[in-house]
Design a protein around this ligand. Structure first.
Ligand code: FCB
Length: 460
């Protein structure tokens, strides 16, 4: 490991998971259904009809999973808290047994010498709130703040790092525009209202966390590196601006520049000019100072003007009516069919620093990793050389961003365990630990051993 990059002293190395993807025990100890229970149980929504009913059964096996983290040697573990376990109706009475579970988990982590990092919302909205409008309505943001205050009061003394929202782009646009995530809605305006109310919820949650006196507060965004399919094409470059607006600027401009994106009208037209969900004071609420920005990064996206799809439908892999996404040729693709291009990770971070300067808080990479076509030996061992290469190269790209002056303080691998990969179900494996879904047996992969050595080498 002599050739592996070294990080500054105090740099946090960790691993991440999320509640619905690993916990299972969906009907236990007073947990109510979330929008992901409803969505995954709706025929046709998730590959193979998979649901999170059992998942990795982490709810019962958390001590075994913490032991895996301890042996890995991580400084920190990022997990998420399931709102439907804490406030089953979304608002109102608190379920003590739900809080007790995270209390036990936090104590287990601390006993293992691991710093807990808690995400308050990793997409499992109580279904009861979706039934009352979900993120389309402002009241949901207020209920989120009340739930946050409850959790912070119980765990704030022992959890130093808090993340309000995970990837609000997915909640708003995959959830309410494209329908590929729960609740499966396809509404342009509803998605824009959801995006705004998620940000309002973030701002209110920041206030609740500050009031509880926690050490560090941040938000996690999945910022995209959007590249033009034809750099010489003005139409493709305009499509990149629309993609940047919908993926990145809708969040970063209110959070770090105190304004809505200048390009929003050109992106959403009358959907945004006709909006009535913004209120005076919202930008101040949303733009409160943060201790860190969490960034999840996996791959670049190649963007073309929408008519591109008519020109060459074979290269189109995804689209909405604002731009088309096309395949990046000449690089390896993962099991998600995502292109592997680590240099784009450096570029994203350097550009972000250039854009926001001193207004950009220190960064934690709260997720990075890859799904690969894992083949397990009879004993469950996986020689996942592609995943090792992916992690090594992205960690190197991160080090390059630090060398270029970006203040990055931490890195969390996605994911500790193979788990429920949302609409893809269990078929896509991101873990550095294999989970056999028949027996629920955990088996560390080669990537787990590689990461363990990497962490140990940092401390030599
Ligand atoms: C991110 C999610 C995470 C996981 C990875 C692969 O978008 O935050 O839960 O599914 O992608």
């Amino acid at each position: 490991m002599t050739d592996s990059p070294r990080f500054p002293p105090g740099f946090v190395l960790g691993a991440a998971t999320a509640s619905y993807q690993i916990e299972g025990a969906v009907r236990e100890d007073g947990r109510s259904p979330s929008i992901w229970d409803t969505y995954s149980h709706t025929p046709g929504m998730v590959t193979n009809g998979d649901t999170g009913d059992v998942a990795c059964d982490h709810y019962h096996r958390y001590a075994e999973d913490v032991a895996l983290l301890r042996d890995l040697g991580v400084d920190s573990y990022r997990f998420s808290i399931a709102w439907p376990r804490i406030v089953p109706d979304g608002s109102g009475p608190v379920n003590a047994k739900g809080l007790d579970f995270y209390d036990r988990l936090v104590d287990e982590l601390l006993a293992a010498g691991i710093e807990p990092a808690a995400t308050l919302y990793h997409w499992d909205l109580p279904q009861a709130l979706e039934d009352r409008g979900g993120w389309r309505v402002r009241a949901t943001a207020e209920h989120f703040a009340a739930y946050t205050a409850t959790v912070a009061e119980r765990l704030g003394d022992r959890v130093p790092r808090w993340i309000t929202l995970n990837e609000p782009w997915c909640s708003a646009f995959l959830g309410y525009a494209v329908g590929r995530h729960a609740p499966g809605a396809r509404e342009g305006r509803g998605a824009l209202a959801a995006a705004h109310h998620l940000l309002v919820g973030h701002g209110l949650a920041v206030q609740a966390l500050r009031a509880a006196g926690v050490r560090e507060v941040g938000i996690t965004l999945n910022l995209d590196r959007n590249l033009p399919a034809s750099p010489g094409s003005p139409a493709d470059r305009a499509a990149v601006l629309r993609a940047d607006t919908q993926h990145n600027l809708v969040w970063t401009e209110p959070l770090f520049a105190g304004r809505y994106p200048a390009s929003e009208e050109g992106t959403w037209g009358e959907l945004i000019t006709g909006q009535d969900f913004r209120q005076d004071g919202d930008l101040e609420l949303i733009g409160q100072p943060l201790d860190f920005l969490g960034i999840n990064y996996y791959r670049p996206i190649v963007v073309a003007d929408a008519p591109y799809r008519e020109a060459d439908p074979a290269r189109r892999v995804a689209t909405d009516n604002r731009y088309a996404e096309v395949r990046l040729e000449g690089v390896r693709h993962t099991a998600m069919d995502w292109p592997v291009a680590p240099g784009t990770f450096t570029d994203l971070l350097v550009d972000l620093k250039e854009r926001y300067g001193a207004a950009l808080p220190p960064v934690h990479i709260t997720e990075n990793g890859s799904a690969e076509h894992d083949a397990a030996d009879a004993d469950g061992t996986v020689h996942d050389t592609d995943r090792v290469a992916y992690l090594r190269d992205h960690i190197g790209a991160l080090r390059a961003a630090i060398d270029a002056g970006v203040d990055v303080r931490g890195y969390y691998v996605w994911s500790l365990l193979d788990n429920f990969e949302w609409a893809h179900g269990y078929g896509k494996r991101f873990g550095i630990v294999r989970v056999d879904y028949d027996t629920l047996r955990r088996t560390p992969k080669d990537s787990y051993r590689w990461y363990r050595e990497f962490i140990a080498a940092q401390r030599d």
